[in-house]
Unconditional design. Structure first.
Length: 740
């Protein structure tokens, strides 16, 4: 009675499933089902999505700003909280300069309209070079690879899952994670469909994951050594003359000879010891890849968050290109999101426009590696970080050597967090500004729709109105940008300025659908909603499926998406679009960028040394967990045995460790205790802890071993600055008997 139904996109992971929510009269979610009419997810729902109601209604979610003075925290009114933020950011800048205020942008901002539309404005308003994001603990290598190969850090090819006949997948466990940089609801069904079509799925992973168990073949690889395997595959394609001369790539590729020369030294036999992969398997894998009529190579978190992250990301797309599978149906393709104009002129991709103060690490894609954030906070001197803004992230759990970052955050002069929870990170904030509940928040995946396996768009209005006086997340971030600028300026001025500038550029660009028109006339046509939605409307109308402000009356507008397609709109399978994407200086795909070729020296020197023999640590994800947010979602976090140290039985025997024993995991940076779980799902020499588990409640004793205490902030992939979170050298010790 009094119940109603609302439809929205699940904001919890990159699969972007459509949900059908049942809400009671009070606006609480009483049931969650998969939305059968969503063309992309077709009713699929995972346990996390099913628990969205408890997350949405979580009593621990903050409802008003929290202000900290020393150890005391007290709720505050919005205006007084904003005033504290304005004054303190202003003070830090006045005393120490703009770079003294850093911004950390977490993964959650990627799942919102607010993050993509306003974080740039906040950073710009502060004027700081100290931008850090979860990207350098995740996918920066793919950005750098796309930047150098295709000219655009956003050019990340996605496996065309629904049409491929052969998938070679490295370092991804989509049956646990539901996929990343490949939005594909019900990944399992899509993998099984490849098999049902007579195709093959091969998984390369140091752990026999659920995904690996489903695959036709699972290849164990020693953590951190995929680059050797991948370059040996490239070697084999050249050596056995297996290159496919795909017509659509003819004349579009630079550096083929350089690449051939580079791969000469990496015969499969040479990399067997270091990778643990038999040479015969490598050769066969190369032959199968070349022989498959439609194949895609896909590498994800396990290949990015390691010592050779960029080399891996590059070699994955080299394989896609050499086998003729780049930009063709069933291969690796570039999605064409409805909100991204295709005519935009892009600047050539460069890195290192500035460097981090302490370690001299290059800027990549406008940011610095999160692995050096603690250095910049702790090291005195000019330019030291004294103030921090965090947006939807929990770096104490997610960044390498989180324990050090935890201590560093405690020393800041001022910290403000936009976050609905008090947790390991936000407990250091002087002001926490909580965004509203998911059902109170409109949704459109600006950041993620560019990685979907079909072109698709979905807009979800808020299902429950915001209580008066409570700012939306977009309003919060827009206000933060205004406060950071030191003015009490109307935050609306920011959106107005962006709309004006975008329309001015669009009418001036001869490739745009509104070329030559009057910006004022276009401005008046925008959706009458809040400014963030006017901006979204503008993006959709200028986009590849847009109405071009009336130029194509059947085209997309935000109003049309909202009213005519409440379950989402399918815009068809991925389409070849290399011409739109490529923006290298040469106008060709750069198969062998000099910086990547130079980094291959590290592979050479590693092969000259004896292969390492010690134990290495990798992370893992559980289908019910969600990065560092588990402790805030009671339902999904429960279940026994999920936070164990997994290790191979042979290693357990050698070390005298039995199942259920508590052991110490010791790395360069720290030690954690965990319960041992011997299992042959792990390759010998490899141990695994889950990622993202932390304290149950701030201030309470940690019930779980924290992976970020043993990951190393000194270990990064030099080309991307990405943290090395997998393949961490560790010692496993039996816990000394506790004193009676
Ligand atoms: N349930 C759940 N889902 C999630 C998340 C979560 O925390 N929980 N997080 C979300 C986020 S932020 C992301 S980015 C995605 C990530 O999604 P995925 O990329 O699928 O990430 P993982 O599930 O961590 O799988 C990474 C795999 O890499 C393997 N691996 C580790 N080291 C190596 C290596 O050196 N080489 C190779 N080849 N493999 C290696 C691991 O054993 C693991 O199976 O998941 C998202 N979805
Ligand atoms: N060892 C190891 N470390 C890893 C990984 C690994 O596999 N192994 N994975 C890495 C990856 S892929 C990633 S993406 C990073 C993630 O790193 P982070 O982005 O730093 O961490 P999350 O846990 O995703 O952060 C979620 C934060 O968002 C807040 N939040 C929840 N809902 C909302 C909302 O609606 N709005 C806002 N503003 N905030 C909200 C939560 O309270 C929490 O503080 O971790 C990385 N770290
Ligand atoms: S797979 Fe991801 S998007 Fe789909 S229901 Fe589960 S958490 Fe939500
Ligand atoms: Mo991630």
């Amino acid at each position: 009675m009094g119940e109603r139904t609302a439809y929205r996109t699940c904001p919890l992971c990159e699969a972007l499933c459509g949900l059908e929510l049942t809400l009671n009269r009070a606006g609480a979610v009483t049931a969650v089902r998969g939305d059968r009419e969503d063309p992309l997810s077709q009713g699929f729902l995972c346990p996390k999505g099913a628990a969205l109601g408890s997350l949405d209604g979580d009593p621990d979610r903050l409802r008003e700003p929290l202000v900290r003075d020393g150890a005391e925290r007290a709720p505050a009114g919005w205006e007084s909280a904003f005033e504290i933020v304005r004054r303190n950011i202003g003070d830090v800048i006045a005393r120490y300069g703009k770079d003294a205020v850093a911004v950390y942008v977490g993964n959650l901002t990627a799942h919102s309209i607010a993050g993509p539309l306003y974080t740039g404005a906040i950073v710009k308003a502060i004027g700081t070079r100290n931008l850090y994001t979860a990207s350098t603990a995740d996918q920066m290598p793919k950005r750098v690879s796309g930047g150098h190969m295709f000219g655009d850090p956003l050019a990340v090819p996605v496996p065309d899952l629904d049409r491929t006949g052969h998938l070679l997948m490295l370092g991804a466990d989509p049956l646990a994670s539901n996929g990343s940089l490949c939005s594909a609801p019900d990944f399992r069904r899509r993998l099984k469909a490849i098999q049902a079509r007579g195709g093959k799925v091969t998984v390369v992973d140091p752990r026999r994951t659920r995904t690996a168990a489903l695959a036709d073949e699972h290849v164990f690889v020693r953590p951190g050594t995929d680059a050797f395997l991948l370059i040996a595959l490239v070697h084999t394609l050249f050596a056995e003359d297996l290159l496919t001369t795909a017509d659509h790539l003819a004349g579009r590729v630079n550096g083929l000879d350089d690449l051939r020369a580079l791969a000469v030294d990496f015969a499969p036999e040479r990399v067997t010891d270091v990778t643990g992969v038999p040479a015969a398997t490598i050769r066969r894998t190369a032959r199968e890849l070349a022989a498959a009529p439609r194949a895609a190579v896909y590498g994800r978190v396990g290949t990015c968050t390691q010592a050779y992250g960029t080399l891996n990301s590059w070699l994955v797309d080299v394989l896609n290109t050499l086998t003729g599978n780049l930009d063709r149906a069933g291969g690796a393709m570039f999605p064409r999101p409805a909100h991204a104009p295709v005519y935009r002129r892009k600047r050539p991709f460069t890195t290192g426009r500035w460097r981090s103060r302490v370690r001299g690490l290059p800027e990549i894609n406008g940011e610095l590696p999160v692995a050096t954030l603690a250095d910049e906070i702790e090291t005195p001197g000019e330019g030291q970080i004294r103030g921090l803004v965090t947006l939807g992230g929990n770096p104490v759990l997610s960044a390498p050597n989180g324990a050090r970052l935890d201590r560093a955050l405690a020393g800041l002069d001022f910290m403000v967090s936009v976050d609905p929870y008090l947790n390991e990170t936000t407990r250091h904030a002087h002001v926490v500004l909580p965004p509203p509940r998911p059902v109170q928040t409109p949704h459109y995946d600006i950041a993620l729709l560019g990685f979907a396996v079909r072109d698709y768009a979905r807009y979800s209005p808020a299902a429950v109105p915001l209580p008066g006086g409570r700012p939306s997340e977009t309003a919060l971030l827009a206000r933060l940008a205004a406060l950071a600028a030191g003015t009490d300026a109307d935050p609306a001025a920011l959106d107005e300025a962006i709309i004006t500038a975008t329309l001015a550029r669009a009418v001036a660009h001869d490739g745009s659908p509104v070329h030559g028109r009057e910006p004022d006339e276009l401005r008046k046509m925008l959706d009458p909603g809040p400014l963030a939605e006017q901006r979204l409307d503008m993006m959709l109308r200028l986009g590849p499926y847009g109405d071009g402000f009336g130029a194509d009356p059947s085209g997309l507008t935000l109003t049309r998406l909202r009213t005519e397609h409440p379950h989402g709109l399918d815009l068809g399978p991925l389409k070849p679009r290399l011409d739109e994407v490529l923006c290298t200086t040469s106008g060709r795909i750069e198969l062998c960028p000099p910086t990547f070729a130079a980094d291959v020296d590290r592979l050479h020197s590693a092969l000259r040394d004896a292969p390492p023999t010690g134990l290495v640590l990798i992370g893992r994800r559980h289908p019910r967990s969600d990065n560092g947010r588990t402790h805030t979602t009671p339902e999904p976090a429960r279940g026994s045995g999920t936070c164990t140290l997994q290790l191979n039985p042979a290693d357990a025997d050698r070390l005298g460790i039995t199942a259920g024993a508590t052991v110490r995991v010791v790395s360069r940076t720290g030690a954690v205790e965990a319960v041992a779980e011997p299992t042959d799902t792990l390759m010998a020499g490899v141990v695994s802890l889950p990622h993202g588990w932390g304290h149950d409640r701030p201030g309470a004793a940690s019930h779980h071993p924290v992976l970020s205490a043993v990951t190393d902030d000194h270990a990064i992939d030099p080309l991307s600055g990405n943290a090395v979170l997998n393949g961490v050298p560790v010692l496993i010790q039996s816990r000394p008997t506790a004193l009676a």
